[in-house]
Design a protein around this ligand. Structure first.
Ligand code: CU
Length: 295
C-alpha cells in the first residue's frame, strides 16, 4: 500500500498532537496539581452552611504573618463577602462552598478558577505579590440571575490593609431629658498584630476623641455618655468614626418619657389590687404637695 508523503506527514502530526495533549494533562494533574473537587476533600451539608463557624460568617482571616484564609459562600446570585480585600505579598487560601446550586469561583486574570459544588469545599492557595483589582465571576450557569453573579477581589498595599471592624449603636433610641444618652462602640482588630486607632464620637454639638492601641485579635468597647439635658429635646445625630470606618444614627430626647412609663407601671400596680401600697403612695404624694404649697 502506498501512502502519499503529505498524508504521512499529517498522520504523524496528528499522532504527535495526541501525545502532546496527554502530556499536558498529565503535567497539569501531577505537576501543577490541577484537580476536580472530590469526596476526598472535607464535606459540609449544604443545609448547614449558614450555621457553620466558617461559612455562616464568611470573611478574611489572618492565620500567619503573611498568611490569610478567606471563607466565601457562593450562593444564588452573589458571593459573600462580595468584596474581598487582601494585602500584597501574602499567601491566601480560599475556601468556597455553596448552600444551593453549583456555581464557580473564578478570579479573572489569575489562575483561580474552581467549581463550587453544594456539599463540597473548594480550596485553593494563591500568592499575591502586587496590588491589583480583580473581578470574580461565576462561570457555571446557576439560574436566572447567573449573569449578575459577580464580586471583586482587591489586593492592596500593606499600609492600606487592615482587618478592623466597627460596630456602634445608641443604648436607647429614645432617652428621657433627665437621663444620659449613651453611644456604645465596639472595635475589633482581627489581625494578629496590634494596631493604633482613633475613636471619634460625635453627638449633636458634643464630641470625644480617643487614641487606643488594640492588640491582635482583640476587641475593645467604649461608651460615650452625654447628659440628655445638654443636648435638649428633639432628634440628635450621632457618628462614631474609627479611622476610615463610620457608623451613624439618631437619638431622640423626650421630656417626660419616664413619667409616661411610671404612669403605666402605676396602673399595673393598681390592677394588681395591692390597695395598701397605693394608699401609702397617695399619702406621701399629698404630703409632698402640701410641703410645696407652704413654700
Ligand atoms: Cu452562576
Amino acid at each position: 500500500m502506498n501512502i502519499h508523503s503529505y498524508e504521512k506527514l499529517w498522520l504523524g502530526a496528528a499522532m504527535l498532537l495526541i501525545v502532546v495533549f496527554i502530556a499536558t494533562i498529565t503535567y497539569g494533574a501531577v505537576g501543577l496539581g490541577v484537580a476536580m473537587i472530590d469526596d476526598a476533600e472535607e464535606t459540609i451539608s449544604p443545609g448547614d452552611v449558614f450555621d457553620d463557624d466558617r461559612f455562616g460568617e464568611p470573611r478574611v482571616e489572618q492565620v500567619g504573618e503573611d498568611e490569610y484564609e478567606v471563607y466565601v459562600r457562593a450562593q444564588t446570585f452573589t458571593y459573600n463577602p462580595n468584596e474581598i480585600v487582601v494585602p500584597e505579598n501574602s499567601e491566601v487560601t480560599f475556601y468556597v462552598t455553596s448552600p444551593d446550586v453549583i456555581h464557580s469561583f473564578s478570579v479573572v486574570g489569575t489562575n483561580i478558577n474552581t467549581m463550587v459544588i453544594p456539599g463540597e469545599i473548594s480550596t485553593m492557595t494563591v500568592e499575591f505579590d502586587d496590588p491589583g483589582e480583580y473581578g470574580i465571576v461565576c462561570n457555571e450557569y446557576c439560574g436566572s440571575g447567573h449573569h449578575d453573579m459577580e464580586g471583586k477581589l482587591y489586593v492592596v498595599s500593606e499600609d492600606e490593609f487592615d482587618l478592623t471592624e466597627l460596630e456602634a449603636d445608641a443604648a436607647a433610641d429614645e432617652v428621657d431629658l433627665e437621663d444620659d444618652v449613651e453611644i456604645e462602640a465596639t472595635v475589633e482588630n482581627r489581625q494578629l498584630e496590634a494596631i493604633d486607632a482613633t475613636i471619634e464620637f460625635e453627638l449633636g454639638e458634643e464630641s470625644q476623641t480617643e487614641t487606643v492601641t488594640i492588640d491582635g485579635q482583640e476587641t475593645i468597647e467604649r461608651t460615650f455618655t452625654v447628659p440628655a439635658a445638654d443636648l435638649g429635646e428633639g432628634d440628635h445625630d450621632w457618628t462614631v468614626t474609627v479611622d476610615d470606618y463610620e457608623e451613624s444614627g439618631t437619638v431622640s430626647v423626650v421630656d417626660g418619657l419616664e413619667d409616661d412609663e411610671d404612669e403605666e407601671s402605676d396602673d399595673q400596680d393598681a390592677d394588681d389590687g395591692d390597695d395598701t401600697e397605693t394608699d401609702d403612695d397617695e399619702a406621701t404624694d399629698d404630703a409632698d404637695t402640701d410641703g410645696g404649697d407652704d413654700e
